[in-house]
Design a protein around this ligand. Structure first.
Ligand code: NAD
Length: 244
């Protein structure tokens, strides 16, 4: 009942606005079969020799590229995943001229697959890779997945690194700047599928100046008390009910 009322309010706010911005995280893609980090069945609750935060850090990558790539290929790339109702609804809202941008912490490329155009990938993408030695660029995930062990540049033999922001690495300034501008000017800010504990990404919310901050998440977050509307539920199911 509470969720139904929440979705009604969200529907009204969406219907009245043509300046909606979406900010999301790993929870947006769990309904596509990609595990998040912090849910019960998320990556952080599975057992590894070392914690995932350690493995997907810059220093670990530089020191143990083989072990990094074993984890990365198995857990961070999902070549067969398809967009879900949340991705599709956001793309539809953009096409209707209502949504200005999707700002995502995800690296899976599913927003683009669904048809979204203005996607700000704060943490990069598994679909872009560069040779660390000669700078050669490789699109797609095949160059990583097809390589036995550590992927090497066919041109110079250097190690190929994914264009993904690892722990200890900084975010791209231009992307951050654009994200801040979209959030600052947004009328409705919909935040979904994120635990809001990864900084500096989560800190972007403080730039929002409006009075329609919507949180759609399975579990409570530290921002719930500051939101104007909290909907506890699966984001694909919730956004799937919205009429554009
Ligand atoms: P997180 O794992 O910390 O939190 C995910 C949140 O989403 C949780 O609060 C969970 O309750 C919620 N959630 C899970 N499924 C949901 C659903 N169907 N509907 C609504 N809520 C749902 O994720 P985060 O905050 O994005 O931070 C983790 C970092 O991990 C990010 O920086 C991201 O780059 C990276 N990551 C990305 C992917 C991906 O690209 N798909 C997957 C895992 C992790």
């Amino acid at each position: 009942m509470e969720q139904t009322r929440g979705i009604e309010t969200l529907q009204n706010w969406i219907s009245e606005s043509s300046n909606i911005v979406f900010f999301g995280g790993a929870g947006v893609s769990t309904e596509s079969g990609i595990p998040d980090f912090r849910s019960q069945d998320g990556l952080y609750n599975q057992t590894y020799d070392e914690p995932p935060e350690t493995i997907i850090s810059h220093s670990y990558f530089m020191r143990y590229p083989e072990k990094f790539y074993r984890f990365y290929k198995a857990k961070m790339i999902a070549p067969n995943a398809k967009p879900n109702a949340a991705h599709y609804k956001l793309a539809e809202l953009e096409q209707a001229g209502k949504l200005k941008a999707v700002i995502t912490q995800n690296i899976d490329g599913l927003h683009q697959d669904a048809g979204s155009r203005e996607v700000l990938e704060l943490h990069g993408s598994v679909r872009r890779n560069d040779c660390m030695r000669c700078g050669e660029h490789f699109d797609g995930v095949d160059v990583i997945l097809d390589a036995p062990g550590v992927p090497r540049c066919p041109r110079c033999g250097g190690i190929i690194k994914p264009d993904v922001v690892l722990y200890e690495e900084g975010l791209d300034d231009t992307t951050l700047y654009k994200a801040v501008n979209y959030i600052r000017q947004a009328d409705v800010l919909i935040v979904g599928g994120t635990s809001l504990v990864v900084y500096p990404a989560a800190g972007l919310l403080r730039y929002y100046r409006g009075n329609k901050l919507v949180l759609i998440n399975l579990q409570p977050t530290g921002m719930d008390s500051q939101a104007d509307l909290v909907i506890a539920g699966k984001i694909g199911q919730v956004l799937g009910q919205i009429t554009v």
